[in-house]
Design a protein around this ligand. Structure first.
Ligand SMILES: *[C@@H]1O[C@H](CO)[C@@H](O)[C@H](O)[C@H]1NC(C)=O
Ligand SMILES: *[C@@H]1O[C@H](CO)[C@@H](O)[C@H](O)[C@H]1NC(C)=O
Length: 263
């Protein structure tokens, strides 16, 4: 124990020394904010961090990773990350996460594109939050972090809800199915999602997955459906997609959740 503390201290000193050598001066909270706001955000509130186009020949498939500076009532600030279909936030957003501010504040850490995602924090006003809380407020799951069982996610978006569950509920087995491989890619690249022993993302047709589960007689304690179009579909109905509105799907769903499951 002592040895590892000493080792850590040595490592810390080495890192500090390296930073010193690189003239990477530690900035005060205010200096750091000024650099993030001025240099990285060019004094705007939002900025596009990346444009992700799964089909480079069809720009209507592009989604934007947008970081935005936010303020709390106590005057402190944070950075949120959004996934949106347009370069600004005028058309709403598909998902939002909070970023972790770097511990060592310097010129080399001002770029929010390199910050980690705080997967253990969720905005209470989002659909994810409603899905999460309703599993407990309805009495479906006991209000206890040791609760065990399994959840099937049809559509994983950026993996935010799965990440949150896997951070706090170690005894829940989580399976996400998404028809769009881009979801898993975005979840891992920009939104901090990691597969774990209890949390996996599969690429495939979620509706088909439920039909297959029913056929095999498998059950799930909860099936959460977040299967939506990313861009406006011709009929204007974003959610849920057609495949999870068919009688065959609903019949299978009913078998999969049984009398004790929830949807
Ligand atoms: C698609 O977007 C890229 C990058 O934003 C741009 O360079 C390109 O010209 C666009 N292509 C079309 C067909 O609009
Ligand atoms: C989910 O958990 C239930 C019991 O809570 C179990 O009967 C079922 O087999 C599990 N399903 C999967 C896919 O692990």
């Amino acid at each position: 124990m002592l040895k590892s503390v000493a080792l850590l201290a040595a490592l810390f000193l080495t890192i500090q020394a390296a930073n010193y050598c690189m003239k990477d001066k530690e900035l005060s909270e205010n200096e750091f904010f000024d650099q993030v706001q001025g240099t990285i955000f060019a004094n705007q509130q939002n900025r596009v961090v990346a444009i992700e186009c799964p089909d480079p020949k069809d720009n209507s498939t592009c989604l934007y990773i947008v970081d935005r500076i936010g303020y709390l009532k106590d005057g402190s600030w944070f950075v949120g990350r959004f996934l949106t279909p347009v370069p600004d936030l005028t058309k709403g957003f598909l998902s939002v996460s909070k970023l972790v501010k770097p511990v060592f504040k310097s010129m080399s850490t001002i770029d929010t594109a390199t910050w980690m995602v705080d997967v253990g924090t969720m905005d209470a006003m989002t659909p994810n939050s409603v899905e999460l809380s309703s599993l407990f407020t309805t009495g479906h799951f006991e209000m206890n972090r040791d609760v065990s069982g399994n959840i099937t996610f049809l559509g994983v978006a950026t993996g935010g809800l799965m990440s949150f569950f896997s951070t706090y509920f170690k005894n829940l087995k989580l399976t996400g199915i998404d028809i769009d491989p881009q979801s898993e890619y975005l979840a891992k690249k920009w939104f901090g999602y990691r597969d774990t022993k209890n949390s996996k993302i599969l690429i495939g047709d979620g509706a088909e997955h439920i039909v297959e589960m029913a056929r095999r007689g498998e059950t799930s304690d909860a099936v959460l459906v977040d299967a939506c179009h990313n861009h406006a579909p011709p009929d204007g109905i974003y959610c849920p997609v057609e495949a999870v509105r068919t009688p065959e799907f609903l019949k299978s769903l009913s078998a999969v959740i049984g009398t004790k499951g929830t949807f």
